[in-house]
Design a protein around this ligand. Structure first.
Ligand code: MN
Length: 508
């Protein structure tokens, strides 16, 4: 990852709460042991380095009143973004119905046990009475199933890396959900005229995902650009010259230096506008630039590298998805960018996709020092825009699209391998990524097209597929994944079966 300035999650104080279930029947001595052991389970879990945030231990729950009170408290606390439940002993599940019905944050049901090994030779009824999760968690799971909670169930000992990794993935999905719930997106202009997939129902998006999608006339940005302080501009342009390979004509004293300064003023104006309105994602549209002199290119690339969501041509869904995925992958190796399947290489050799956009690809997906250049842009009718040029660094990754199907949302993802271009792209004046989609270009493209998948995507080399699946499960949004095991025939059937499910269920 070349460049990222995202604020760390620990600074934001996010956490999940760990709820241990029991009942009063056992008596104070046993309940004290339950508390000690559940504290130990939480400590073991928190020692796992892959956890993005910590689990906070809460006192053992033994009554419906306490359970409901804690579920309400968890839902109201802005730092608590999810709960983990574990029934150490037998906690009759009707006690949990009121609390679980009141719960407004994602839930993970952990089926674990304090000890890993069964003490074969010393086991007695005291041990049996204390360690009852094997059946206590089944009673709990019954009620979660009856309530149709979009939960994640993880079974195993917390010292097992597989268990802590699956919990870490769910924590990242819960972070994404928290991001979506609080996301404010500023659209500069509407979406590109006549384009279907970038359109959609913004009220439905807020009901389903929480995000607030608000429009501004591009004049708001024009005014902000005019107000940029020249000392701030000097400082930013000097920073560009330090961290990028800036072409001679754009450097201070170069013939086109003013063009670089203009993109710098766009970056400052965008950041000030978005910060003032508490926006973490935005869109632009080359058809609606008003008095802006250049399409924001370098400025957008810089904003993405700072963690902002972005979508070109007014694509607010991809912009929001980018912000959500950046939040879910924070601190992980790899990067995440706005992307578009641009053009194909069918052969010779292995088929590949060349992905790019007019300008707006995020430099977090490269290890190269980006070049900062100026070239003409055929559309938009504005001055030549300054942009960063680089190739994405080879890595495993995925592309992800979010679509509005009219009656609900759908996420489609495709496992990909970002590779080096077959030959040097000497004349390509934009940043790009070249990848081999799984299982093959043909099956990937056929499946994506059957699914009505968008041409704009989020490309991430940091996002685990389980994080994405967990996020979709929390959001109760369909997720169709194209992977190494996908066949066009089976995928086409999955789309049809899912269509029937969503029509029959209350999730339409
Ligand atoms: Mn586009």
């Amino acid at each position: 990852m070349y460049y990222s300035q995202m604020k760390s999650l620990s600074e934001k104080g996010l956490e999940v709460w760990f709820l241990t279930g029991s009942q009063p029947l056992y008596g104070a001595d046993i309940l004290a042991q339950v508390a000690d052991q559940s504290k130990q389970v939480v400590a073991t879990l928190n020692a796992a380095s892959e956890l993005p945030i910590k689990a906070t231990w809460k006192p053992v729950l033994t009554t419906p009143e306490d359970i409901k009170a804690l579920c309400l408290e968890a839902s109201a606390n802005p730092n608590c973004i999810g709960v983990i439940t574990w029934m150490h002993t037998f906690s009759p599940a009707k006690m949990w119905i009121g609390g679980l019905n009141a719960l407004q944050v994602p839930i993970l049901h952990l089926n674990t046990q304090a000890n890993s090994e069964l003490p074969w030779e010393s086991i007695d009824m005291d041990f049996m009475n204390l360690n009852q999760a094997a059946h206590g968690d089944r009673e709990h799971g019954h009620v979660q199933a009856r309530l149709h909670l979009p939960r994640k169930v993880v079974a195993g000992h917390v010292s097992d890396k597989k268990v802590s990794t699956r919990i870490a993935h769910w924590m990242r999905a819960a972070i994404g959900w928290n991001t979506a719930q609080n996301l404010k997106l500023a659209r500069f202009g509407d979406n590109m005229r006549f384009v279907a997939v970038t359109d959609g129902d913004k009220t439905s998006a807020q009901i389903t995902l929480g995000m607030s999608i608000e429009a501004y006339g591009v004049n708001a940005l024009v005014d902000a650009v005019a107000a940029v302080d020249s000392a701030a501009l000097d400082k930013l342009v000097a920073e560009y010259e330090q961290i990028f390979e800036v072409s001679a004509e754009l450097k201070k004293g170069g013939a086109r230096h003013d063009s670089l300064r203009y993109q710098a003023s766009l970056e400052i104006a965008l950041e000030e506008f978005l910060t003032a309105g508490n926006f973490t994602a935005f869109t632009t549209n080359f058809e609606d630039l008003g008095a802006l002199k250049q399409l924001p290119g370098l400025a957008v690339q810089r904003m993405m590298s700072k963690g902002y969501g972005f979508g070109g041509e007014g694509d607010w869904k991809t912009s929001a998805l980018l912000r959500i995925i950046k939040s879910m992958t924070e601190g992980l190796p790899g990067g995440t960018s706005f992307m578009e399947d641009y053009t194909y290489h069918f052969g010779p050799g292995e088929p590949k996709v060349l992905g790019a956009h007019m300008l707006e690809v995020c430099p977090t997906i490269t290890n190269q020092k980006p070049k900062c250049e100026i070239h003409p842009l055929g559309i938009g009718g504005k001055d030549d825009p300054v942009r960063l040029v680089f190739n994405a660094t080879p890595a495993h990754g995925r592309v992800v699209g979010l679509m509005d199907l009219g009656d609900r949302f759908r996420i489609v993802s495709n496992d990909i391998e970002v590779v080096k271009p077959d030959k040097e792209l000497k004349k390509l004046p934009v940043a790009c990524a070249v990848w081999k989609p799984a299982p093959s270009l043909a099956t990937s493209a056929e499946s994506w097209i059957y699914a009505g998948g968008s041409h704009h995507t989020v490309l991430s080399t940091a996002l685990d597929p389980e994080v994405l699946s967990d996020f979709a499960n929390i959001a109760q949004v369909e997720h169709l994944r194209i992977s190494a095991s996908t066949t066009s025939e089976e995928f086409h059937k999955e789309i049809k079966w899912n269509g029937a499910f969503y029509k029959l269920s209350s999730l339409t």
